[in-house]
Design a binder for this molecule. Structure first.
Ligand code: PEP
Length: 243
C-alpha cells in the first residue's frame, strides 16, 4: 500500500532453547535487509527468550515482540505477563488474539481489545489477529466473522498507535494450505475499510519463501506473519526479500 512500509513478522511460538533462539536471532540480525526500501522485520520469541533475543538483536534494526500480554498492568495474575513488562524488556510489538489463543485459551474479542488497549497504554504496538475457521468459511461467513472480530477487537486508541492487523484463517495455520489470491484480496479490502488509515495489514498462514512473492504482491497486503517458516533464518530472510 502506498506510504506503508511492509512488515515481515516471525512468530516463533513455543519453540527452541535459549541457545537456539540466540543463534536464530544472530543470523537474522546479521543478514537483515536495511535499505530505505526494505521492509521492517520483527520476531516474536517465547517469553523466556525475550531478554537474550533482545540483547542479540540490539543495533541490528530488527524489532522484537511478544506473543501475548495481559490486559492489566500488574497484579495478582499468576503466570501472566503485562504489557509494561514487555516494554521494559524491549518489545516494540505484541501479538494479541492469535487464533491459538482465541481457540485454545478461549479469548473473546473483548479480551483481545483489552489486551490491545493495555499494549497501547504501555507503548507497545498491538498486532491484532483475526481469521475465520474452516466451518465458517464453508458456511460463507468469512467476511461477517472477520468484520465482527475486528470491530470488537480494536480498542479506542488503535488509530493513533500505528497498529497492525493480521488476517490468519486458522485452517491455514501450519497446514500448508492458503486461501486463494481472490479470498485474500477480498478479506484485505474489508480490513482496509474497517481499520484506521495507515494500519499495516498482514496475511498469515502457511507463508513460505515460495508463496511469499505472490501473496506480498496482492493489494492491501502490507506484510506477512510467518510461523513455521520463521524458525529458519534463510527462509525468513527470503520471505523478507520478497517484500
Ligand atoms: C502463525 O501461527 O502465525 C502462522 C502464520 O503459522 P504458519 O506460518 O506456521 O502457518
Amino acid at each position: 500500500t502506498p506510504g506503508i512500509r511492509p512488515l515481515i513478522a516471525g512468530n516463533w511460538k513455543m519453540n527452541g532453547t535459549i541457545r537456539e533462539a540466540i543463534a536464530l536471532a544472530e543470523s537474522i540480525g546479521a543478514n537483515a535487509p536495511r535499505g530505505e526500501a526494505d521492509p521492517d522485520l520483527v520476531v516474536f520469541p517465547p517469553f523466556p527468550h525475550l531478554h537474550a533475543v533482545g540483547s542479540t538483536l540490539m543495533g541490528h534494526g530488527v524489532a522484537m515482540g511478544a506473543q501475548d500480554c495481559h490486559a492489566e498492568p500488574k497484579g495478582a495474575h499468576t503466570g501472566d505477563v503485562s504489557a509494561p513488562m514487555l516494554r521494559d524488556i524491549g518489545c516494540a510489538y505484541v501479538l494479541v488474539g492469535h487464533s491459538e489463543r482465541r481457540l485454545n485459551h478461549h479469548e473473546s474479542d473483548a479480551d483481545v481489545r483489552d489486551k490491545a488497549a493495555a499494549a497501547i497504554m504501555a507503548g507497545v504496538v498491538p498486532v491484532i489477529c483475526v481469521g475465520e475457521t474452516m466451518a465458517q468459511k464453508a458456511a460463507g461467513q468469512s467476511e461477517s466473522v472477520i468484520q465482527r472480530q475486528l470491530q470488537n477487537s480494536m480498542p479506542d486508541r488503535f488509530s493513533t498507535a500505528r497498529g497492525v492487523v493480521a488476517y490468519e484463517p486458522d485452517w491455514a495455520i501450519g497446514t500448508g494450505r492458503t486461501p486463494s489470491e481472490e479470498d485474500i484480496t477480498t478479506i484485505h479490502a474489508l480490513l482496509r475499510r474497517l481499520a484506521p488509515a495507515g494500519t499495516r495489514l498482514l496475511y498469515g498462514g502457511s507463508v513460505k519463501a515460495g508463496n511469499a512473492p505472490v501473496i506480498l504482491a496482492l493489494p492491501n497486503v502490507d506484510g506477512v506473519l510467518v510461523g513455521g517458516a520463521s524458525l529458519a533464518a534463510a527462509e525468513f530472510l527470503a520471505i523478507a526479500a520478497a517484500a
